[in-house]
Design a binder for this molecule. Structure first.
Ligand code: XIL
Length: 382
């Protein structure tokens, strides 16, 4: 889609006009304090370092964010290591920390084909027994944190990379209806929690996100209690990503009555990172946060970890890393400043309902233009 000259002028002036407010983001403000003012949640996944000796980890977490999620501590194999035997220590620690520091909590996750321990290994389990075990798991975990979880990832990654229903052991042993059952039981166990389907590679438009959309529509039509879609967003900063497509996907899911949350964001760069790579990363963080703020059904924005000292990225995508807003010494990176400036920018609020919105959309269509403009803006005080 070509962008008109007028729309481009509007988009650049919208971004440039934000520079004044951007420059004045107070050093006292954090991502979480700015998010609170906007009525949204900005947070991060919390991993094993939470229980390590480095005090900076917890300090940064509570200072900077108003929502958190367990990177692993609430997964099936962690909370139920043996059938009907639950291990709550780490999950309880995180829930208590969130509560003590006034942070919201996401739950991740109840049904996945990974990290599922004994139930995946129990290859002989038949449908009825699987359903009983799944219901017990959901009742126990969701019930324990009832009233304390804002959003639960009920089912994780149920669509495969060819846009079919992933042939997981859950599907093989129960059938396609395992999804409906999981959401129904989770809703009974905590009627106040917002229930999410969470996946990767379906953030923008395309075959996989079409399939996710169809899955969601089917559930809504059947009256299954589902409230949102989690967009994982494990992205490479060097590859182009389309904020326009993500915006479109957010809007079509919104039209179904669903929320969208950015659930596991990281923008990996090729190592060793250079300043150009970190500047692209900053612009990408800012663009994606801006897309979220421009859509009223997007209220939660979480990165998968927060310091480059602890991240799954280098292990999973060898040769890449430095994907998060804080460096290995907990120093804020350009990406952090980019996010703060977007959060502080009144333009994004205007874009929600006002005349600025069309300009934003058009700007997104010519991603190169907006990225350059945004880059100039974000680079102002560098
Ligand atoms: C990852 C964790 O970061 C790792 O520590 C763990 O070894 C494997 O799982 N999608 C998800 C997350 O939904 O749960 C995954 O987390 C990353 C991909």
């Amino acid at each position: 889609m070509a962008m008109s000259r007028l729309a481009f002028a509007l988009s650049v002036s919208a971004v440039a006009g934000a520079a004044a407010s951007a420059r004045s983001v107070s050093a006292q403000e954090t991502l979480g304090s700015l998010a609170r003012k906007r009525g949204v949640y900005v947070g991060a996944a919390v991993g094993g370092a939470f229980w390590g000796g480095d005090a900076r980890y917890r300090e940064t977490l509570k200072r900077e964010f108003n929502i958190m999620v367990a990177e692993n501590a609430m997964k099936f194999d962690q909370v139920e290591p043996k059938r009907n035997q639950f291990s709550w220590k780490q999950a309880d620690d995180l829930a208590a920390f969130a509560q003590a520091n006034g942070m919201a909590l996401r739950g991740h996750n109840l049904v996945w084909h990974q990290s599922s321990g004994w139930i995946e290994a129990a290859t002989g389990m038949e449908r009825a027994d699987m359903l009983t075990a799944l219901k017990t798991h959901i009742d126990s975990v969701v019930g324990r944190y009832r009233g304390r979880i804002l959003e639960w990832d009920v089912v994780n990654e149920a669509v495969d990379d060819n846009a079919g229903l992933r042939n997981t052991f859950w599907r093989q042993r129960i059938g396609d209806d395992y999804l409906d059952s999981a959401f129904t039981w989770a809703h009974k166990a905590d009627p106040a929690a917002l229930l999410f389907y969470n996946d990767y590679s379906g953030e923008g438009m395309g075959g996989k996100s079409d399939r996710i959309y169809a899955l969601m529509k089917g559930m809504k039509d059947r009256g299954v209690p589902i409230h949102g879609v989690g967009l994982q967003c494990h992205f490479a900063a060097s590859k182009s990503f389309s904020a326009t497509d993500i915006d479109k996907n957010m809007k079509r899911l919104g039209a179904l009555g669903l929320r969208v949350s950015i659930t596991e964001l990281d923008f990996r760069v090729t190592l060793p990172a250079d300043s150009a790579g970190l500047a692209i990363q900053r612009d990408n963080y800012a663009l994606l946060l801006n897309a979220c703020l421009a859509n009223p059904n997007c209220k939660s924005f979480l990165t998968w970890g927060f310091t480059d000292a602890y991240s799954w990225v280098p292990g999973f995508f060898p040769g890449t890393g430095d994907a998060l807003p804080f460096d290995k010494d907990y120093k804020p990176k350009p990406a952090y400043d980019g996010m703060k400036r977007v959060l502080a920018d009144v333009t994004a609020i205007r874009n929600r309902n006002g005349p600025g919105r069309g300009a934003l959309r058009a700007a997104g269509a010519a991603l190169g233009g907006i990225r350059n403009a945004l880059g100039r803006w974000l680079g102002l005080a560098d």
